[in-house]
Structure formats: C-alpha cells, structure tokens
Design a protein around this ligand. Structure first.
Ligand code: C2E
Ligand code: CA
Ligand code: CA
Length: 582
C-alpha cells in the first residue's frame, strides 16, 4: 500500500504535478497519524505532534483548500477522539512513557525543526532576492527618470524637467501669492564656434557655460538646458524685478568671459528675454513664448543684453517676417545700390580705393541703411544672394573705372567688399568670386574682401584653401572691425591677411581718449610686426588724422574725407582729391 502511494506521488511529481503529489502525501500522512492517534495514546500520542508539521507543509506546498481540509480533518479527529473518550464510548490507553516515546518525540521535533529551518531559510533567501531585485528596479527607474529629466551633456534639467519645476514652483507661488520669473537665454555666436571648431569644442563650451550659469543661481532657482544653445532659468521667491535684472546682467557678464579651447581664446555672447507670471501669462508655454520674443528683441539690438517682455515685442517678431519678405522682393526687383567710401593713403595723401557699402532703396520706406537690414538678411540666409549682388556690382563698377582711366596716376585703385560668414561658409564661394572677376574681366588684385575676425576662428582646412585660392587670384584680405571680436592674432599669419581695419570705436575719439590712443598705438605696432597694414576707419577730424600720421598708420577712411557716396560723386571726389593733393 505504502509503495503504491509513494509510486503515485513520484509519478505526479515527475509529471510536473508537484502540488498534487505533495497534497496526496499530506493526506496520507494525516490519515496515518490519525490512525496512530486513535489506535494508541489518543490525544497523548506522539503522532499528535506531527499535525502542526503537516499543516506547515500544507501551507507551504499545498493549496489553500488542501490546508483547510487537513485542518478540518485534524480538528474533527481530535474533537471526536476527546468526545468519545470523555463519554467513555471508546478509551485510548494512556501510553507509558518510555525512552522509545522520548526518541519518537525528539525525532518528530528534529524533523519538524529541520523542515521549518529549510522553509524559513528558503523564505529569507527569497525575500533577500526580492529586495535586491526591487532596489535594482528602483535604481533603473531612477536612472531612466534622470535621463528623461536631465540633459546628458551638461547634467542640467532638460525641458521636460523645466516644465515640471515650473509647475511645482507655480503651485507654491499660487499659495504664497508670489511671482515666478522665467529667463530665456540664447547664446549669440555659439553656432559660429560650433561650426568652426567642431562639436567637441561646442560641447566643451556648453558644459563650461552651464557651470558658470549654475553657480550664479540661488539653490531654489533652476537653470535648465532648453534646446541646443538655449537655456532657461526659473526664478521663484523673488523680491524685486531689480534682482532679476541684476541676475540677468551677471549671466551676460559670466557668459562673455573668455573660453579657452586648445590654446585658443573665444568669447561667446548671449541674449536674454524675461517673462513673469500674472503679467505675461500663467502657463509655462505662454511664458516661454513671451520670454523668447523678448530674447529675440535683445538679439536684434546686437545681443549681450536682456529685456523684460512687453506686448510690442510680438509686433517686433512680425516685423522681422515682413522685413524678410520685403528683402526677397528687394533682391528680385534689384532695389539695392552701392555707395563708395574713399580710402586714403595717409603717407602720400591719395585715394587708393574705396569700400563698397550697400544701401536699400525701399519703394515705400525710402533709403535703408545696412545696419537695419543686414542682421535680418544674415539670419534668413538672404545675405548670400545680396552679397553676391554687391560683389558683382562692385567688380563691374571697378572695371569701368579702370577702363575709364579713373585710377590713372593713382596707383592701384582697389575695391573693398564686405563678406558675411554665411557667404564664406558656402562651398562655392571661391568659384563665385573667380567667375565674377572673369565675367567683368577684372584682375583679382583690384579686389579686397573685408571680413570680421569671428569669421577666421574657423581655421578649417577648407577655409584656408578657399582663402589661399583667392589669394592666388591676387585678391587681398582685410580684417574688419578689429578689436571688437576675438582678438586672437595667431590666425592672421595663416590666412594671408594684409590689412587690419581698426574699429571705428577706437578711432573716432582718438584725439580725446588717451586710453584709445595707447591702444591704437599698440595695434599699429603689433600689425607692423606681423607685416600688416593698418586702416583706421571712422576718421572724423583733422586731429585724429594727425595722430594717425604720427603713429605711422598707413590708411584712413572716414567722414573727414568723405561719407559713402554714389558713383558720380565718387568719381568727382577722386578727380578733385587727386588734383588738390598732387
Ligand atoms: P563696416 O564694414 O564697418 O562699414 C563701415 C561703416 O562705418 C559704414 O556704415 C560707414 O558708412 C560708416 N562710417 C565710415 N566712416 C565713418 C565715420 O567717420 N563716422 C561714422 N560715424 N561712421 C562712419 P554703413 O554703410 O551704414 O555700414 C554698416 C555696416 O553694414 C558695415 O560696417 C558692414 O558691416 C555692413 N555692410 C555694408 N555693406 C555690406 C555688404 O555689402 N555686405 C555685407 N555683408 N555687409 C555690409
Ligand atoms: Ca567693412
Ligand atoms: Ca568696420
């Protein structure tokens, strides 16, 4: 019988029916113990000690029903045995305590203890494992959340987190009746640095700038990276607008500090816009939109400034779009003209050339100066076409002057054309210049290209090749607005630069500003050391001319001699200047 039972249990276990097998075993064991109990010592029998063990096993391996059934069977059996003994219908004999009994009791005790120990050990093991798995799961959840909420590069909260932080701050501010300020920061020339030096440099710059910004904010305010070169600062518990303004000012100052990468120095500007809850809106998106409009307003004023949002700024945005569509029309309808400003050889007092400066003859608005449309043309990319037109026009005009003999006796009359970074970045720039020169049969030596320093921080091989090829055509290069940009002179030698145009801001008050005199003197000497010629732009009075001559500055340009003038005026200027000085 026992063998049959054991075999069937084995069969069930083998068929992967462990639970059924265990249940069968437990029923059999219970019946066996009940039988021992009835047959021998009744409630005094050692078999009674096995019941708790059976129930523990049933709880662990069997199902709930098996456990309850066994409990009921055992309880009934105990109750019935007690009852029949009590009524003296059946009497169990009280066992005589022998060493055998003690042995059996100990055996049951040890077996039960062993079993409980295994179960508890297993259970503990399982709990530990669950704990580890749980903490692993929590950690990965945290990591994922962190990734979702922080920018990988800078470690700052990202735009998702920014919104959450804003909402948290907003509900707090609602309770305490306080305002939240949202500052939108856009880096001014990040793209130039990034494109010129590569993404690694761009990344390093972003990391450094984000650290600088982070150090400026009190702990409860948050600097977040919004997109590529855009950051936002959420400011709560602010007492006054003045505080926000001074913080914005500090941001600009910190961002503007030089950044060093591979022994080169760079300066990055920033434009900031600020919006406030209650006055400018209460939703995150609305505040962002308004701070962004204020940021664009700062940018349109040349950057490195901050503005609080006001409704007129939206109009400003519309204005940009209408300027761009007007510019497109201007290109199609050829509404641009070139003016020419003479360049004077200070040593020999003669005109050596002119700078071509563009003007827009708007059919409704009248004459528009470049500072009022070049930034929009640059931003929209239209500057490429406009610049091509200016180059073409300038070459055509110069060829005409040469053919007419205007430059006879004047040496080489060169035409200087301003080149935007967007133009130089185009792969076909060299080809365009070359074809323009050949279209007008103009020798490259009559052409000078003016570019700002920032353009040259890209010392990529491509740019070097473009400039070298142009140089081979005889084209000259000059650095425009020198002193206002990166002022890293290492590159000048590499690019065959011949002229340094000292910025107007240093020249115009040269006679009255001692600091500028020292500075210009230093620039002139340094340029000579590098075998460059100096062009002083913005010369407005005689005293300045005298100082420049004393400093041995080679070339001058400015209102003192002439404003930018049209073709006829330029022709008569050259003729009369020539006649007067020679
Ligand atoms: P820029 O290249 O620095 O040009 C010199 C500017 O200084 C010109 O302003 C000129 O009229 C002005 N200027 C010259 N002498 C004096 C002076 O003695 N006193 C004062 N106060 N100003 C003087 P303009 O023509 O308004 O041009 C402004 C800027 O627009 C130029 O600055 C240049 O960056 C840009 N620009 C002009 N034409 C072109 C162009 O064809 N292409 C590109 N990319 N930029 C251009
Ligand atoms: Ca210029
Ligand atoms: Ca200039």
């Amino acid at each position: 019988m026992t063998a049959v039972i054991l075999l069937s249990v084995y069969k069930l276990a083998k068929d992967n029916k462990v639970e059924q097998g265990a249940s069968v075993l437990l029923y059999v064991l219970t019946l066996l113990m009940i039988q021992f109990m009835w047959r021998y010592g009744g409630l005094y029998d050692e078999s009674v000690l096995v019941y708790p063990c059976i129930l523990i096993m049933a709880a662990m391996v069997g199902s709930k029903t098996v456990f309850i059934r066994l409990l009921v069977i055992i309880s009934l059996s105990i109750g019935l045995n007690a009852w029949v003994n009590h009524e003296a219908w059946y009497t169990n004999e009280t066992p005589i305590i022998s060493l055998d009994n003690a042995f059996i009791i100990l055996l049951i005790l040890y077996l039960t203890s062993y079993f409980i120990w295994i179960l508890i050990y297993d259970f503990k093991h399982l709990v530990d494992k669950l704990n580890i798995e749980n903490s692993n799961a929590l950690e990965s959840k945290k990591e994922v959340e962190n990734l979702l909420h922080h920018d990988v590069l800078t470690g700052l909260p990202n735009r998702i987190m920014a919104k959450e932080l804003f909402q948290k701050a907003s509900s707090k501010a609602n309770r305490t009746n306080q305002k939240i300020y949202l500052m939108f920061i856009n880096l001014d020339n990040f793209k130039v640095i990034n494109d010129a030096l590569g993404h690694q440099a761009g990344d390093a710059l972003l990391v450094e700038l984000s650290q600088r910004m982070f150090q400026l904010v009190p702990t409860h305010d948050s600097v977040c990276r919004y997109t590529g070169d855009e950051f936002i600062v959420i400011m709560e518990s602010i007492e006054s607008e003045e505080y926000v303004a001074s913080l914005a000012h500090h941001f600009i100052e910190q961002i503007q500090k030089p950044f060093y990468y591979l022994d080169n120095e760079f300066i990055c500007g920033s434009s900031i816009g600020i919006s406030t809850t209650s006055t400018d809106g209460n939703e995150f998106e609305t505040l962002i939109k308004h701070a962004d409009a204020a940021m664009h307003y700062s940018k349109s004023l040349g950057g490195n400034s901050f503005h609080f949002y006001n409704k007129a700024m939206n109009i400003h945005g519309h204005k940009y779009l209408s300027v761009v569509s007007d510019l497109r029309k201007a290109i199609a309808e050829q509404q641009f003209v070139l003016m020419y400003q003479p360049k004077i050889d200070l040593k020999h007092d003669k005109v050596i050339g002119a700078e071509a400066l563009i003007r827009w003859e708007h059919p409704q608005k009248g004459l528009i100066f470049p500072n009022d449309f070049i930034p929009q043309a640059e931003k929209s990319g239209l500057i490429v076409e406009i610049g091509e037109w200016a180059l073409d026009q300038a070459c055509k005009q110069t060829k005409q002057w040469i053919s007419e003999g205007l430059n006879q006796g004047l040496g080489e009359l060169t035409i200087a054309v301003n080149v935007s970074s967007k133009q130089l970045a185009k792969k076909d720039f060299y080809a365009k210049v070359k074809s323009t020169l050949s279209r007008h049969k103009l020798d490259g030596k009559y052409l000078e290209l003016e570019m700002t320093e920032s353009l040259l921080i890209d010392n990529s091989d491509e740019l070097k090749l473009t400039l070298r090829n142009l140089h081979q055509l005889g084209v000259h290069f000059s650095i425009d607005d020198f002193g206002t940009g990166y002022s890293n002179l290492g590159y000048l030698k590499e690019f065959d630069i011949e002229y340094l145009k000292i910025d107007r801001s240093f020249i115009s008050d040269l006679a009255t500003n001692q600091k500028n005199t020292t500075l210009v003197k230093a620039i002139v000497q340094m340029a000579k050391g590098l075998e460059l010629e100096n062009v002083a732009e913005g010369v407005e009075d005689e005293k300045v001319v005298k100082i420049l001559k004393d400093l041995n500055c080679e070339i001058g340009q400015g209102y003192y001699w002439s404003k930018p003038i049209n073709v006829e005026e330029f022709e008569s200027f050259v003729t009369s200047f020539n006649a007067y000085t020679h």
